[in-house]
Design a protein around this ligand. Structure first.
Ligand code: GLU
Length: 490
């Protein structure tokens, strides 16, 4: 049974790269009928952020990423856990790490380091000046356990470090990158337990991956330099290491590393901007991989069916917002009016628009093929919800026409619409044919008639067509708006 995990540190928000890692783990598990574990790596207390775990769980749930094991939010928003390998939050596992740290000390794979921060700083500065690799100079390596015990008794502060072999190389086969090799002489004697007794990421991560029986570690490329340390830890404990797969970096459009400065990186920002979770998931899934290369829109089931680590690109993936906008539009186009209302409602409420569902349904239908995000709906359709539009008289006349013509066409259309039944407004297409026939019969041109009509109904230079808007407004409001527009021109 394959077991994979997503192991975020709760720093306050879920990064778009984190979502991709979570998703690839999920797709891998789905593809192989395996288990997808969520583990919270919160041993770095300095980076602790109140509410970050809840926020992370909420965002994952919003994106529809569903771990099989680990923490989740119940209906009341309380963090609970499922699975038999818990606890799944590292701060609840501290005794375990202590136990394994002692084993390393006893076997000699770990050693106590009493170097002060000042000394470490001096070493660094010296190495940098001499243009040498900056790393711990292994000063405390030869200290005997007895000497260490004595210094501890004196109250000296210490950390536990990993004893990296002096020479040779640590080599492994990455499922995406192939063979990767690191010279041991260039690997730092990693701190495993800090002076406050808390384990570092490296120790806790390896102990947990082993105890949780993780078979494949799928994570971002930024962790690649840590992998030899982890492999040496597995060796030190005498454990079999999992398979590693390091996902390509996410890049800005200019191929620099994805950064906040050039756009949004938090999944929540995309949510707040009105992107659909299915579009985000589809978009993120294609950052570094495409199952077929001739399509862009996939369901999660289709993605899972095609997913294979070997197919993921080694090179960085550009996070192109245009493509996300395009995908979001594709998903919006396919959505039923009901569903759209439900999804867009919070954005209307946020803008202070509290309209009846029937009108909202018409509003979202009007703009369904025009907007890129849910958040654009309220602004794009605001003209439907006001009691009285403000007109710019200059705008009411079509190009190459004038106010007098606009006024007379609107009067003609007002008379014509007044004679139509309410029913005639329930279908934009037939209202259009009726009106076009009337325009022709009167010898008017389309542009000199339909432009003023559209502006009369929307007050805007750009909007959906007049018949769709008349359909959304219904006969009564259509008549009222044309009347006001005529008064503006008087
Ligand atoms: N806690 C690490 C992170 O925040 C996990 C890295 C890993 O998957 O090993 O990304």
């Amino acid at each position: 049974m394959f077991r994979v995990r997503f192991a975020p540190s709760p720093t306050g928000f879920l990064h778009i790269g984190g979502l991709r890692t979570a998703l690839y783990n999920e797709l891998f598990a789905l593809h192989h009928g395996g288990v997808f574990v969520l583990r919270i790596e919160d041993t770095d207390r300095a980076r602790y952020v109140e509410g970050a775990v809840e926020n992370l769980l909420r965002t994952l749930a919003w994106a529809g990423v569903q771990p099989t094991e680990g923490p989740y939010l119940d209906e009341a928003g309380v963090v609970r856990e499922r699975g038999e390998y818990g606890p799944y939050v590292q701060s609840a596992r501290l005794d375990l790490y202590r136990e394994y740290a002692e084993k390393l000390l006893a076997s000699g794979h770990g050693y106590r380091c009493f170097c002060t921060p000042e000394r470490l700083e001096e070493v660094k500065t010296g190495q940098a000046a001499a243009k040498m690799p900056v790393m711990y100079d292994r000063h405390c390596r030869s200290l005997s356990v007895e000497d260490g015990d004595a210094r501890m008794k004196d109250g000296a502060s210490w950390v536990l470090r990993l004893r990296i072999p002096d020479d040779g190389a640590t080599t492994f086969v990455d499922a995406i990158r192939g063979e990767v090799s690191f010279q041991n002489a260039l690997i730092d004697d990693q701190v495993l337990v800090k002076s406050d007794g808390f384990p570092t990421y490296h120790l806790a991560n390896v102990v947990d991956d082993h105890l949780m029986q993780i078979t494949h570690v799928i994570r971002g490329e930024e962790w690649l330099p840590s992998t030899p340390k982890h492999l040496l830890l597995y060796q030190a404990f005498g454990w079999e290491a999992p398979m590693f797969a390091h996902l390509p970096l996410l890049l800005n459009a200019d191929r620099s590393k994805l950064s906040k400065r050039q756009g949004d990186v938090a999944v929540e920002d995309y949510k707040n901007k009105g992107y659909l979770p299915e579009a985000i998931v589809n978009f993120v899934a294609l950052l570094g991989w495409n199952p077929t290369a001739d399509r862009e829109v996939y369901t999660k089931g289709e993605l899972a069916a095609e997913f294979a680590l070997e197919k993921i690109n080694k090179s960085g993936a550009v996070c192109a917002i245009d493509k996300l906008n395009w995908l979001n539009r594709e998903y919006l186009k396919e959505m039923s009016a009901d569903e759209l209302v439900q999804r867009a409602s919070p954005f209307y409420v946020e803008q202070g628009i509290d309209a009846p569902a029937a009108l909202l349904e018409k509003a979202v239908t009007l703009e369904q093929r025009r907007v890129s995000t849910l958040a654009e709906f309220p602004e794009a359709t605001a003209f439907l919800f006001t009691d009285r539009l403000e007109y710019d008289p200059a705008l009411l006349a079509a190009k190459k026409s004038d106010a007098a013509t606009a006024k007379s066409r609107l009067e003609g259309l007002l008379a014509f619409f007044s004679g139509l039944s309410d029913e005639s407004f329930s279908d934009a297409k037939s209202l259009e044919s009726l009106t076009i026939a009337q325009v022709a019969a009167q010898g008017w041109t389309n542009s000199e008639s339909l432009w003023p009509l559209r502006v009369a109904l929307t007050g805007r230079a750009m909007s959906p067509g007049p018949f769709e808007v008349a359909w959304a407004l219904g006969k009564e409001k259509t008549i009222a708006r044309i009347t006001t527009a005529i008064q503006t021109l008087a």
